[in-house]
Design a protein around this ligand. Structure first.
Ligand SMILES: C[S@@+](CC[C@H](N)C(=O)[O-])C[C@H]1O[C@@H](n2cnc3c(N)ncnc32)[C@H](O)[C@@H]1O
Length: 455
């Protein structure tokens, strides 16, 4: 017997799986709780035959229910066959039995991820016919009004239990559009299937989701919106209306930045079409300081805009009349003095190519050293205002009360490159730079209109 077990082990070792099965199978049949069961079950698991491993482990555990390793193996086998409840039970038991719980915890994490994915798949399947009704009719409904079937579908979608990543999965983004709307039937009028899909694809829902507490149910103005494609992202996060303004917006170009791929691409729709078709979205070409609005907004968003403003003080002053007492001014600022504050490649150390002159000119904070020698009109001088963190804070506080000021550190890979010598080097150009100036990647701030002082 021992000889046959050892021969079976040897066959596994040399990869002769058929021979191993021939040797181990009879041993398992004879003694289901013997060591051959563990060897054979592991072989079948490794051979991606979990459905064969499960009955072997069932036989073993029926006798030796306190065997941690066998429980862990059966948890893995159940996970692979899709028996998530079985996998959860076995992984939990293995965690109780094994001294080192880490393997069991890893399996449990995978079980949870699989359970999440299964729930999301069920949600998408349930929503599919409803989305189908709306997607088929929404363009025509702009002239005829939505059918009763479309209204019912919108209401039903709004009641679904949303979960999963609704910023990148277009089906979930469509469900989120109705779930987050205050009035799903009204939201139908500003729904566009293509625009929701492309907003998810281009990464235009990520920022509105990040600040969703200031978006859902709110009238939003997006200062420096860029292309204008952000509008539907805000509606997906539940904004009741959206005004986007930007001096660089070309109302008739469908070219936009794909934020996920970090490159320009065709969005398949122009700002003019978006604004014409969707009543909740208004797009305006112009600088915020030059425009007068006779309305006030619940939220003013500036995403990666403050580092580009030629006159930030003027722009912040111009935001004050757009506010009522509870307006939130929410901005994300990309700090010029951080590793990639130049806005050029490389955007992260993994992309650094030391054979590229463009990279070697700016990498490891060299874009700061370049400043005194840049020709007038260079983009770092005209397109980036190079505002310091404390200057931005002071300007914000001149017009608003700061409610939240989060300084977001650069990635670990970037921070690893920082040395005191680099700080000494950049100080030859700007003597009062601090380590903080160099390592803070961005600021996420929320500000509120100043409260009138009490007499
Ligand atoms: C980096 S882009 C950000 C666009 C968009 N918010 C995004 O995150 O994709 C900065 C934008 O700020 C705009 N901008 C610059 N000065 C402005 C001003 N005074 N008023 C409004 N927008 C301005 C620029 O035209 C540019 O489109």
């Amino acid at each position: 017997m021992t000889g046959q077990l050892e021969a079976g082990r040897a066959a596994v070792k040399r990869g002769d799986l058929d021979e191993a099965r021939l040797l181990l199978g009879p041993l398992v049949a004879e003694s289901p709780a013997g060591p051959a069961s563990i060897v054979l079950a592991r072989l079948e698991l490794d051979a991606e035959r979990p459905e064969v491993a499960v009955p072997i482990l069932d036989g073993f555990l029926a006798v030796r229910s306190d065997h941690g390793l066998a429980s862990l193996m059966r948890a893995r086998a159940h996970l692979a066959t899709g028996d998530l409840a079985g996998a959860r039970d076995d992984a939990t038991r293995a965690g109780e039995l094994l001294e080192d719980r880490s393997s069991a915890e890893r399996v449990l994490a995978k079980v949870e991820a699989a359970e999440d994915a299964r729930r999301v798949a069920a949600l998408v399947e349930r929503a599919a016919p409803l989305i189908g009704v709306i997607d088929a009719g929404h363009v025509e409904a702009r002239s005829t009004g939505p059918s009763q079937e479309m209204r019912d579908a919108a209401r039903e979608l709004a009641g679904l239990p949303l979960e999963g990543d609704w910023t990148t999965d277009p089906n979930l983004s469509k469900i989120a559009f109705f779930v987050h709307a205050a009035d799903p039937e009204e939201a139908l009028r500003s729904y566009d299937a293509h625009l929701v899909e492309v907003s998810a694809e281009f990464g235009y829902i990520t920022w509105p989701r990040r600040i969703q507490e200031h978006v859902r149910g709110r009238r939003v103005i997006d200062v420096g919106c860029g292309f204008g494609g952000f509008g539907v992202g805000f509606l997906v996060a539940g904004a009741s209306s959206y005004v986007g303004l930007d001096p660089a917006m070309n109302m008739d170009s469908s070219a936009a930045r794909n934020k996920r791929l970090r490159q320009r691409a065709d969005m398949g729709i122009t700002p003019r079409q978006i604004a014409d078709d969707l009543p909740a979205i208004h797009l305006v070409r112009g600088k915020s300081e030059d425009l007068a609005f006779d309305e006030q907004f619940d939220t003013i968003s500036l995403h990666n805009v403050t580092e580009h403003l030629a006159e930030p003080d003027l722009v912040f002053a111009g935001l004050v009349p757009l506010c009522h007492a509870d307006t939130a001014v929410v901005f994300h600022h990309h700090n010029y003095y951080c590793w990639n504050g130049h806005h050029d490649p490389p955007v992260q150390p993994a992309q650094l190519d030391l054979s590229s002159p463009a990279h070697t000119a700016v990498y490891d904070w060299r874009h700061i050293d370049l400043l005194p020698d840049l020709p007038p009109g260079h983009r770092y001088l005209t397109g980036l205002n190079r505002i310091r963190l404390d200057e931005l804070r002071a300007i914000t506080e001149r017009y608003f009360d700061i409610e939240r000021w989060d300084e977001i550190p650069s990635s670990a890979a970037t921070l690893d490159r920082f040395t005191p010598e680099i700080l000494d080097r950049v100080r030859r150009t700007i003597p009062d730079l601090t380590e903080r100036d160099l390592v803070v990647h961005a600021v996420l701030a929320v500000a509120r209109p100043k409260r009138p002082r009490e007499a």
